[in-house]
Design a protein. Structure first.
Length: 444
């Protein structure tokens, strides 16, 4: 067993030497030269607060307080662990680069392609640096209107310098992203639970699963499954970013409750009910900010057991001589066809059914949220259906109005004067017939 004791003594001595190395070597004197070298390489000011060597558990370099640009990138601490023997050869191997407290803002993300681009005027280094793994701890992306993180990430790199796998995990465990190379493409898999979108409307997903393939020019997300607001969504979507941004896809939406979802897109719009739809959508824009302005969407829809706040169609159809149509419309079904093109929304073939109320018509919402259109409402009293009353839709999404047409009001007034009560309905029907005879009853 003497050899075992001798080996133990050797290991002990090596550990002592590695622990003592930092006391004899100082890299702080090289900090200005390193800052200058990095600044010239990426053409941005780079500042390092401190550099130091550590010997245990393996010799490594610690960099603290990194800033790039106008604090567009901040790093609390970077630990670089090299393979010591490789430093003597032409291929310098870095076992790991561990980054803690990374913060990147939108300005840095926009300029990063320029940082990593090759410089044709740069002199060759004469050696190759190979990094085997990169880890991020407590990282954050601070975008223009939202923040993603904090999250952890781990990138594994093969011996030939190609990435083997990248994993990104939110620190609360609600979001996971895995990226695996597959030839010239990358397989993408996302899993999320009890998670909200970090950008755009904060849609809350009970569960989300996404599988797809990405390339330098775009991504094809062929399998999207989600549970949200008591319902489900399944579909596929493709994204392109070679020249601007391109988006297209289709979904099957089933029994999604709208009460909490709709206000995220239109804060003052209140509607409840369970939505079933099959939207097909596309968009093409120079950047993400303009993407929503070019969105095209087309779908049939059906909403069950809901309430539309802000307008009472039954009251508007029954009270012909008042301009007050405020309130709410309860419905068993609200169905039709919805289309959006560059901000203009059109709902055609609308049908509303709710006990004594039946209505049909078309409504248009302009990009400025102004409403226009026509709804024909019919209210049954004691099981007897009254005449259809055409209602002009106006106002805005926040303050809608449903008012009887001029001919309907005139006819109702004449009917009331001749025969109060019953004459109102007869006169309204006559007014509607006269308006249609001369073309005024056509839907807008």
């Amino acid at each position: 067993m003497k050899w075992l004791k001798r080996l133990g003594i050797v290991v002990f001595v090596l550990v002592l030497l590695m622990g003592a190395v930092p006391f004899f070597l100082s890299v702080e004197d090289y900090r200005p030269q390193i800052e200058q070298l990095l600044s010239e390489r990426i053409k941005e000011p780079v500042r390092l607060k401190s550099l130091r060597l550590a010997g245990l558990p393996l010799p490594h370099l610690i960099i603290e307080g990194v800033e790039i640009g106008k604090a567009d990138v901040k790093v609390g601490r970077i630990k670089v662990t090299p393979d010591l023997l490789s430093l003597l050869g032409d291929i310098k191997v870095i076992r790991s680069v561990d980054v803690s407290g990374l913060l990147i803002n939108q300005n840095a993300l926009d300029r990063m392609p320029l940082w990593v681009a090759s410089d044709p005027k740069a002199k060759p280094a004469g050696f190759t640096v190979l990094v085997r793994s990169i880890s991020l701890d407590n990282a954050m992306l601070k975008l223009e209107k939202t923040t993603f993180g904090p999250f952890d990430a781990l990138v594994s790199i093969s011996s030939n310098g190609q990435p083997e796998r990248a994993d990104i995990t939110a620190r609360d465990g609600k979001f996971k992203l895995a990226i695996k190379p597959a030839g010239e493409k990358f397989n993408i898999e996302i899993q999320a639970k009890d998670w909200r979108l970090p950008g755009g409307p904060p849609i809350h997903f009970t569960e989300l699963q996404v599988k797809g393939v990405a390339t330098p020019e775009g991504a094809n997300l062929a399998e999207i499954k989600a549970k949200l607001y008591g319902g489900t969504i399944e579909g596929q979507m493709t994204l392109g970013w070679k020249k601007g941004l391109q988006l297209k896809g289709d979904y099957a939406v089933s029994n999604v409750e709208l009460r909490e979802l709709v206000p995220m897109f239109s804060p003052k719009t209140q509607v409840s009910g369970r939505l079933t739809a099959k939207p097909v959508f596309s968009a093409n824009a120079p950047n993400a900010e303009q993407l929503k302005n070019t969105l095209k969407l087309d779908t049939p829809f059906d909403i069950r057991d809901g309430v539309l706040q802000g307008i009472d169609i039954q009251k508007a159809a029954s009270s012909l001589f008042t301009r007050d149509s405020g309130g709410q419309t309860r419905f068993d079904t609200l169905s039709g066809h919805f289309a959006m093109d560059r901000g203009t929304q059109r709902m055609t073939s609308l049908k509303v059914s709710s006990g004594s109320l039946a209505a049909d018509g078309n409504v248009t919402i302009a990009p400025n949220k102004a409403l226009s259109g026509r709804i024909n409402a019919q209210v049954s009293v004691a099981g007897v259906a009254a005449a259809k009353v055409p209602l002009n839709i106006s106002g805005t999404v926040d303050s809608p109005l449903a008012l009887p047409t001029g001919a309907t009001v005139t006819g109702a007034a004449i009917g009331t004067a001749i025969l109060p009560g019953i004459g109102t309905a007869i006169g309204a029907k006559a007014g509607n017939w006269v308006e249609g005879l001369f073309g005024g009853g056509k839907n807008k």
